[in-house]
Write a protein that binds this ligand. Structure first.
Ligand code: ZN
Length: 323
């Protein structure tokens, strides 16, 4: 690395998508171009050392004379503290909890390091290069195995007073459902609008639809989606319910935040044509009319790269090269 003001090497950051299953690392330039990337299984174990070593190995391999790596940004599947130095909650990566990840990586890599929750990073990625381009008030809702959320106000991530803002998946949409969420609450959005929920709701309703093609042991959200596209009544009922609860949530968010755009992403978004009509119907019934008419609900555009790109953008911001 050189500190010279005349350094003309491409300016890049080291962005990491640290998932419970896979670890993706990338070199990203200031236009959002991914110059290099690697994917491997996330090292498992009781100690975070395997994860640290894997990140350092990848970073050192790319830290060459041809490039100037300015900072590193690590997105984690959990909550980070308000100083963004320590992972405070990560059900899928328990070895990282309360580990001084930022300090250890800064010491080993020699660059400034930033930690960020994965759903927050995805929201920033969509604002930088995706469906929320040019917007400053953005809500991102990720419908995956669970439901993640990110809130950007006035161009900045809204983390809340204790770093846990944006947990849209754990807002209550049905307190009388009797369904317990892993967070301890009953009736969270995640229990109705995730890939996991699609499978569970399908199983629950099977007995009412004896003719359904979904009478199979190895059910998946994709199979329910395919059945829905072929007109299976059970699948259509499940996606309608999915859309209903999602729509209730989005209407609440519109009345609360009044964003320019709500970006919906994640694997379950593939079922858009099946759940969107009911989602829009609920929004139309529940949100303030003037607000609902102006807020765009958009499908995400960055796909799997939203989080990596968001992490990269945050790293460039950290260096002061981007606003
Ligand atoms: Zn919950």
């Amino acid at each position: 690395m050189s500190d010279s003001a005349n350094d003309v090497r491409p300016r890049v950051v080291f962005a990491v998508d640290l998932g419970g299953t896979h670890l993706r690392v990338a070199l990203v330039d200031d236009t959002g171009k991914i110059l290099q990337q690697l994917k491997q299984e996330t090292p498992k174990g009781d100690s975070p050392q395997g994860v640290v070593d894997a990140l350092v190995r990848a970073a050192q391999k790319w830290d060459s004379e041809q490039r100037s790596i300015l900072a590193a940004s690590i997105m984690v599947p959990g909550a980070v503290d308000s100083e963004k130095t320590v992972v405070v909650q990560a059900p899928n990566l328990p070895s990282l909890v309360n580990f001084e990840l930022k300090a250890v990586l800064e010491q080993r890599l020699g660059w400034p390091v930033l930690l960020e929750n994965d759903a927050n990073a995805a929201a920033v990625g969509e604002m930088w290069l995706g469906a929320a381009r040019g917007c400053s008030d953005v809500i991102s809702v990720t419908l995956g195995t669970g439901v993640g959320g990110g809130i950007i106000l006035d161009g900045k991530l809204w983390r809340g007073a204790h770093g846990s803002a944006g947990e849209i998946g754990h807002t209550t949409v049905d307190p009388f459902s009797g369904l317990k969420c892993k967070c301890g609450n009953t009736g969270c959005l995640e229990l109705f609008a995730s890939a996991t929920a699609i499978v569970r709701m399908t199983r629950e309703k099977l007995s009412s639809f004896p003719d359904s093609v979904l009478k199979t042991e190895d059910l998946s959200a994709v199979k329910v989606y395919e059945a829905g596209r072929n007109g299976d009544e059970l699948a259509l009922t499940v996606f309608k319910q999915f859309g209903m609860y999602l729509g209730i949530s989005l209407a609440n968010l519109m009345n609360l935040i009044d964003p320019q755009v709500i970006v919906v992403s994640g694997g379950a978004v593939n079922g858009w044509e099946l759940f969107a009509p009911e989602m829009y119907r609920q929004v139309g019934e529940r949100a303030f009319r003037a607000t609902a008419q102006q807020v765009t609900i958009a499908r995400a555009e960055c796909g799997d790269n939203a989080g990596l790109l968001g992490a990269a953008h945050l790293a460039f911001r950290l260096t002061g090269l981007m606003l």
